[in-house]
Ligand binder design. Structure first.
Ligand code: MG
Length: 163
């Protein structure tokens, strides 16, 4: 098989006094996501999908919350390590599709920047990265603005060797 698919999900609580980072972009808001790293739920869901595609477990296996090195970590750096794991096994990302669930703030103005940032850090074209944003229609914890969640699907393809 030359293709593998993986899915990922992540959620982080919103809290005052934190930066809101999604897809590696600093988004102006009254609250940010709480977590050991920068709590970039979108990037974490993509990382989990990449690992899942190769049955390599989840990000908790590689980046433990108890590790002081990870405190406040830029999730793009963590994702670069996942890229390395995938690349070392002879695979690369074909495309990514994702959904971010946030009641507030409205993410539409930032989607382009998030796609460009992820494309740059993954060495992909931005048209290989889909990011959709939706509200939760005021239902449940996401609807009450208690957190932001993200789902991602990643397709990997085997890197063709010239021999
Ligand atoms: Mg997370």
């Amino acid at each position: 098989m030359n293709i593998r698919i993986g899915n990922g999900y992540d959620v982080h609580r919103l809290q005052e006094g934190r930066k809101l980072i999604l897809g590696g972009i600093d988004i102006p808001h009254t609250k940010g996501l709480l977590g050991h790293s920068d709590a970039d739920a979108l990037t974490h869901s993509i990382m989990d999908a990449m690992l899942g595609a190769l049955s390599l477990g989840d990000i908790g296996l590689y980046f433990q919350p108890s590790d002081p090195k990870g405190a406040g970590a830029d999730s793009q750096k963590l994702r670069a390590e996942v890229n390395q794991l995938v690349g070392d096994r002879g695979w690369c990302v074909s495309n990514i599709d994702s959904v971010v669930i946030a009641e507030q703030p409205k993410l539409k103005p930032y989607i382009h920047a998030m796609r460009d940032r992820l494309a740059t850090t993954l060495a992909l074209d931005s048209d290989q990265i889909g990011i959709k944003a939706t509200t939760h229609e005021k239902l449940g914890p996401m609807g009450r603005e208690e957190g932001i969640a993200a789902y991602a699907v990643v397709l990997l393809q085997k890197v063709m060797q010239n021999s």
